[in-house]
Write a protein that binds this ligand. Structure first.
Ligand code: 5MM
Length: 395
């Protein structure tokens, strides 16, 4: 499937820098390629999904972060966002379960109250800093109800700046809604092409692209419909990644799980979701991709852990890629609800965050159990610091 020039880039010996020079037999290149450090990219990608760790997405844009703050009565200010992100990255032991954190533009430039740059705090904790680089999903012209993610203009320069600041990977999220007559082919292809162009620019800058095509949970659609659309979207994304000469060994895929819509009357069990998700991914994701790190998409923390766990219990030894996590809400939600902007709650909130990260590391090993949610020792000062675990085993 690969063109000769693409094969030569992807099969270089370890440590070699891919050359921009054409090789014998290469077709005449349409454009001159910049050198790609394949070894650095594959090392970073593999480290992000190594062992039982995963990613913590803390890259909410200011409007999203403010919306979540408003719901729990936290002031929507730069200082409140800074304090919350300081709480997250200073959580003791976070690096035991988290390999990388995804930051937002405001956050990567911020410091702890004592002046230590966030990027230094993160790297000192053994965690790789990453950055969200899309500029948001906007209405797609001619396609009512559908969106296309923007942010390609000036991206090469922004990536250079973020790389200079210490970011080693980046993230771009495309949003695909399900409904009557949607998603359209136009929406899927526009988003897939943008994802692929972003990914190629990341690799050129020496940063691992986390490619996030999210099929939304909202709606009445069935699990089967979500599976069909997710497969179509992933096939289109990987086709465009191929066309744009993205090295699959130096990227991470961040997809949705295959789920019934939130308003669908039939809600499949944890095992049925795990089966449908893995079946879909096996059909559409090439084995060269080192890791799949799921988004949580609004699932509860417990359900996201249980479903990830079921995939690893049932399929881990037979899968070509690591099956990991890149959750935002499913890791952060209890911590945010405990903190509520209150300095005296920082430690309790950090314990809740640490706990959710640990649960997901257990899910990667296939050793997560609902009992982990109730057996957790509560500190005397904070006896009730996590949200209640719902019934998860047969939903
Ligand atoms: C789907 O959202 C991503 C994963 O978060 P969940 O696990 O909560 O679903 C997340 O990384 C998202 O892309 C960022 O929070 C940025 O979102 P906004 O809406 O602020 O651009």
């Amino acid at each position: 499937m690969s063109t000769p020039s693409q094969v030569s880039r992807q099969t270089l010996p370890e440590g070699e820098i891919a050359s921009a020079k054409p090789r014998a037999g290469d077709p005449k290149p349409e454009v001159m390629q910049l050198p790609i450090n394949t070894q650095r990219l594959t090392d970073t990608a593999r480290t992000l999904v190594a062992a039982d760790k995963g990613l913590l997405a803390m890259d909410e844009s200011n409007p999203t972060c403010d919306k979540r703050f408003a719901k729990v009565g936290i002031p929507q200010t730069v200082e409140a966002r800074r304090a919350y992100r300081e709480l997250i990255i200073t959580t003791p032991g976070l690096g035991e379960s988290i390999s990388g954190v995804i930051l937002y533009d405001e956050t990567i430039r911020q410091q702890k109250k004592d002046g230590t740059p966030f990027v230094k705090v993160i790297t000192d904790a053994g965690i790789i800093p990453g950055i969200k680089v899309d500029t948001g999903a906007k209405c797609l012209a001619g396609h009512p109800g559908e969106k296309v993610t923007e942010g390609l203009d000036g991206l090469r320069d922004r990536l250079a700046e973020y790389s200079h600041m210490g970011a080693r990977f980046a993230k771009w999220r495309a949003v695909i809604a399900l409904g009557d007559g949607i998603p359209s082919r136009g929406c899927i292809e526009a988003n897939a092409q943008a994802l692929a162009r972003y990914a190629a620019l990341c690799q050129e800058a020496g940063m691992v692209p986390v490619v996030e095509p999210e099929v939304l949970m909202d709606g009445e659609h069935t699990l089967e419909r979500c599976g069909e659309v997710t497969e179509e979207v992933l096939r289109s994304v990987f086709n465009q990644l191929y066309v744009q000469r993205v090295m699959l060994g130096g990227m991470i895929l961040k997809p949705n799980m295959v789920l019934p819509g939130l308003s669908c009357p039939k809600q499949e069990t944890v095992d049925e979701v795990a089966d449908a998700t893995v079946r879909c991914l096996l059909r559409a994701v090439p084995a060269a991709v080192p890791g799949i790190a799921f988004l949580s998409g609004g699932q509860s923390g417990e359900l996201a852990s249980a479903r990830l766990n079921a995939m690893n219990v049932r399929f881990k030894s037979r899968l070509p890629w690591a099956v990991a996590f890149s959750f935002a809400r499913a890791i952060q939600r209890p911590a945010l609800e405990i903190w509520r902007g209150n300095e005296s709650q920082v430690s309790a909130a950090q314990q809740a965050l640490y706990h959710r990260a640990k649960c997901n590391a257990a899910a990667r090993r296939g050793t997560y159990d609902a009992a982990m949610e109730t057996d957790r020792p509560a500190s005397p000062e904070h006896p009730m610091e996590i949200e209640h675990a719902p019934e998860i085993h047969n939903r």
